[in-house]
Design a binder for this molecule. Structure first.
Ligand SMILES: [Zn+2]
Length: 340
């Protein structure tokens, strides 16, 4: 992304095609790869006009009004809508009431929570261990400087918007989420996936590997296995990949970091309008086919079978993952075959 051109080793699970970094970085070594401007890529500081447009869009996705302007925005190409984000759409598809208790894990500056607040949601909070301190957003949403396991309370929706692939132990984090879900609660995990045309086509140049920040990039099967390991199951998925998968990966093929693609003019000069338009349509097609390079997994709790400890502590024996575990053998182990 930032053009450091350092190399990092990843391994691919032979059984499920999940991609995982070989050695998880930590401390200063990891911090070095999150420069101060990293979060500015999702800042809530938007021009007023764009913010107004975004709220109209969100209200349409969440069915709280604003139909006309929402429809205008929905007609924009996916590449343009990318700037508005599809997280709100994913929340809209969960069919929650305005008073649903919603927790955004890895919330950053809380921009998404503010959008949900402006769209009418009233029971919002965020958690992110990389915040400087506990704080509130401009819309008054509480953000905790905290890991998920230290957050108290029960939630109707716990969501990870491109954050789970960053955490050092994503299966343990999913388990924490499972334990904080209310009865009938939903866990929404939006992240890149290797079950995609982009990974097949671009391999190491696929821009969503984003080494070394992404620790685990699951295949669709890998996510199902990991969910199974902590007492969750995949209810459905909804792809929301965009033209970015082509632009970013084609740039990497040409050894151009994302930070150099700063303007529309530079994009047009590099690829031409026609090609970008074609990529945009291809992204929409891939999403319909379930071959987009990012998706939202809607996970629901599997009712525990009378056990006091629920399903969270059980081993893989007898589960679908048992065969996978044996197939993998010893190290390195895929994320779903690690104990939690
Ligand atoms: Zn695997």
């Amino acid at each position: 992304m930032f053009g450091t051109r350092e190399q990092f080793q990843y391994f691919i699970c032979a059984a499920c095609d999940t991609l995982q970094i070989h050695s998880v970085l930590s401390g200063e070594e990891l911090g070095r790869h999150y420069p101060a401007d990293y979060y500015s890529y999702e800042t809530s500081q938007q021009p007023k006009f764009l913010r107004w447009l975004t709220t109209r869009h969100d209200r349409r996705e969440l069915r709280t009004g604003g139909r006309f302007f929402g429809a205008v925005i929905a007609a924009l190409p996916t590449g343009v809508r990318l700037a508005l984000g599809d997280a709100v759409r994913a929340v809209g598809q969960c069919g929650l009431g305005r008073d649903a208790r919603i927790l955004d894990v890895g919330c950053g500056s809380g921009a998404l929570l503010d959008r949900l607040s402006r769209a009418g949601f009233t029971n919002l909070s965020g958690a992110d261990p990389f915040l400087a301190r506990d704080c509130t957003t401009p819309e008054g949403v509480l953000l905790l400087k905290s890991h998920l396991h230290a957050v108290t309370g029960s939630f109707d929706l716990i969501m990870f918007n491109h954050s789970l692939e960053h955490v050092p132990d994503p299966v343990a984090t999913l388990k924490d989420a499972r334990e904080k879900l209310s009865a009938g609660g939903i866990c929404l995990v939006r992240l890149p996936t290797t079950s995609s045309e982009a990974w097949t086509t671009y391999g190491p140049d696929w821009f969503q590997i984003d080494a070394p920040r992404h620790v685990v990039i699951p295949s669709r099967q890998g996510m199902a296995l990991a969910a199974d390991a902590v007492g969750l199951r995949v209810d459905r998925t909804s792809d929301d990949s965009s033209v970015a998968q082509f632009i970013g990966s084609e740039a990497y093929r040409r050894d151009i970091p994302l930070t150099e693609l700063t303007s529309l003019r530079s994009l047009l000069k590099l690829f031409g309008a026609r090609r970008i338009w074609d990529w945009d349509r291809r992204a929409a097609l891939l999403n319909r086919q379930g071959r987009g390079d990012q998706t939202g997994f809607v996970l629901r709790a599997v009712p525990s079978r009378g056990s006091r400890t629920g399903t969270s502590g059980r081993s893989f024996q007898g589960s679908a993952a048992g065969a996978i575990l044996r197939h993998l053998g010893s190290e390195p182990k895929c994320w779903h075959s690690r104990g939690v």
